[in-house]
Design a protein around this ligand. Structure first.
Ligand SMILES: [Zn+2]
Length: 436
């Protein structure tokens, strides 16, 4: 007797009618028509069952604080940073913790069970650090939280940032962050990248920097980040987040840079909801999109994943932590509308995110923790199209969120129908034979 069997699932890799058996919180068997019974069985026939959504880039210390102490009227990155600076002295551990916990409940209900959050360390009290370390501990049974020590006001530019960042790492923060484009000079930016990578190397930690989050094509700190990664032997452990300047770079330079990023095994994180709203703000027309070169990076073999970045904070007043909304926006902003490109956008909020975070216990394979989400969609493309409803969210074999399928009763005169927006025309993609 298994603890749980999910029956008849469609998997993101295209396999259909797969049963997934769970015991002791782990996947113990996976295949078509498994014998045996489960104490609980979920009928997932025709539904997509996916490993959980992974958010590669978020800010839990600022989430759900929109309007405090004022709203961002210009909508710019820099006004958002100024508002956050006004809010920072007012933060308390309880306030940050309660907002972050409320946010985690939203994320879990949406099937996001792994999140890398940055935490601002430019507050001498380390209020947000203490709050998020507590949230990581309290929520550990339900969601994997990685915390990045993020010197929001600049590692060199802010007088106590270095000491505070080291104190945050001493307290158990997981990853070394940075913001080289916000330092006072290009050369300070490069120095900050070097010194932060050295801290990570000395402590055996990963690196994830806000890097070149600007429309300036000459903001090239990702080059230094990749070069330092190679110099210090950190391949596969370093992430460049945002990388929006790459959108505006000279094509020849970008082609050389992308090869270096591949050699450094750098992970690239794009934040499409935020990039499309914050970038290009100094442009009149034409107005740049600003998202990094997802298609070219992926084609070169660079792992690209996506982040939500913000939910209801000084930079973005919308959102409910739906990673399918993120993938949907990535498809639009990056013009990733080919069938395989849309599937790769789904990977960007699932498996590629797990690779960025370095999660090893992730995926629908025998022996892995039984973490998965049943969606009201047949495949990854339909999941993105509908930003599909989450039917079951499963963590370590236990159903921690569930909902009946969504459908609308439609009454049109004499006829009535149930509408769920699911496809009615059969599979797309293979050449259809037209009957004569
Ligand atoms: Zn960010």
């Amino acid at each position: 007797m298994f603890d749980l069997i999910v029956r008849g699932a469609n998997l993101p890799d295209g396999r259909t009618d797969i049963d997934i058996a769970v015991a002791g919180g782990r996947i113990v068997a996976l295949g078509p028509h498994l014998p045996g019974a489960g104490r609980r069985e979920i009928d997932a026939r025709g539904r997509l069952v996916t490993p959980p959504f992974v958010d590669s880039h978020f800010h839990m210390d600022a989430t759900l604080s929109v309007g405090r102490p004022r709203v961002n009227e210009s909508g710019t990155l820099l006004e958002g940073i100024a508002i956050w600076a006004e809010q920072k002295p007012l933060l308390t551990v309880d306030d940050v913790r309660e907002r972050a916990l409320a946010f985690c409940r939203w994320a879990i209900a949406r099937g996001s069970l792994a999140i890398r959050t940055h935490v601002d360390v430019c507050d001498d009290r380390l209020t947000a650090v203490d709050a998020l370390l507590d949230v990581r501990r309290v929520m550990a049974p339900y969601i994997d939280i990685q915390i990045v020590a993020f010197p929001q006001d600049g590692f060199l530019r802010s007088p106590n940032a270095r000491a505070n960042l080291l104190r945050a790492l001493d307290r158990g923060v997981d990853v070394v962050g940075g913001i080289p484009h916000f330092e006072r000079t290009m050369s300070d930016g490069a120095t900050s990248v070097r010194e932060l990578c050295e801290i990570a190397e000395a402590r055996g930690l990963r690196v994830d920097m806000h890097c070149d989050e600007t429309d300036d094509p000459n903001s090239r700190h990702v080059e230094t980040l990749a070069a330092e990664t190679v110099r210090l032997g950190l391949q596969g452990r370093v992430t460049g987040s945002h990388l929006t300047s790459m959108h505006s770079m000279d094509n020849y330079y970008a082609s050389k840079l992308i090869a270096l990023m591949r050699e450094a095994e750098l992970h690239a994180v794009a934040n499409p909801l935020i990039n499309i709203t914050l970038q290009g703000r100094h442009d009149t027309y034409p107005k740049r999109r600003g998202m990094t070169r997802v298609r070219e990076l992926a084609a070169a073999g660079v792992n690209v994943s996506y982040g939500h970045d913000c939910v209801m904070d000084p930079w973005y007043s919308l959102g409910s932590h739906d990673m399918l909304e993120v993938a949907h926006m990535a498809v639009h902003v990056g013009q990733l509308t080919g069938r395989s490109e849309m599937r790769s956008a789904f990977a960007g909020v699932t498996t590629n995110g797990a690779a960025t975070l370095g999660l090893t216990d992730y995926g629908l394979d025998v022996g892995k923790s039984a973490d998965m989400v049943v969606l009201q969609a047949t495949d990854p493309i339909e999941a993105i199209r509908l930003r599909a409803h989450r039917l079951s969210v499963i963590r370590r074999g236990a159903v921690i969120a569930e909902s009946p399928p969504v459908a609308l009763h439609l009454s049109l005169g004499e006829t009535s129908a149930l509408v769920d927006f699911g496809a009615t025309h059969g599979p797309i993609g293979e050449r259809q034979t037209v009957a004569s």
